[in-house]
Design a protein around this ligand. Structure first.
Ligand code: T46
Length: 135
């Protein structure tokens, strides 16, 4: 499993920095939804699910956190800590976020509206789906 990172162009003009993200251009899909996670504690752990269809890109616009990626065969831990770099979360990747810095604000760009039916929230169900696809 090789995670996909997207590096965004940073415009520095001496009075700060600006990063622009355009759907279908900077990132490979039209943005249908944006949400962000903040106010986490260092011990907070979130996620614990996979999506059936949804593709998302996470950008730590402040601070940092870890993201565990699990494709049912391999688990890798990734550190999100660059404000100008996004991590693609493709469908059918079990993911968990942890080790949040106190200032972490994790922005997420998604290619579809919120749909609870798209979530697989039980790990055993996730493994069953992976196994049924590989047969
Ligand atoms: C994901 C990771 C990275 C909504 O009402 N609308 C929304 O668009 C979202 C994303 C969530 N919610 C509600 C559903 C729950 O009642 O917000 C509550 C918290 O959601 P959840 O427990 O799924 O949050 P996380 O941090 O575990 O996961 C979130 C996203 O839900 C998920 O798609 O991939 O961030």
């Amino acid at each position: 499993m090789t995670p996909t990172w997207i590096d965004f162009k940073t415009h520095n003009d001496g009075d700060g920095s600006l990063v622009a993200i355009e759907g279908g251009k900077t990132i490979p899909f039209d943005i249908r939804r944006v949400y962000y996670i903040y106010g986490t504690e260092p011990a907070s752990v979130r996620g614990f699910h996979a999506h059936r269809q949804l593709t998302q890109i996470t950008v730590p616009v402040s601070g940092a956190c870890d993201m565990l990626f699990d494709d049912g065969k391999t688990k890798i831990s990734l550190r999100l800590n660059r404000r100008n770099r996004g991590l693609v979360i493709p469908p059918m990747i079990w993911h968990e976020m942890s080790n949040f810095s106190p200032d972490c604000v994790l922005m997420v760009l998604a290619d579809a509206a919120y749909d609870e039916a798209d979530y697989i929230r039980q790990y055993a169900d996730f493994l069953r789906h992976i196994q049924s696809k590989s047969q």
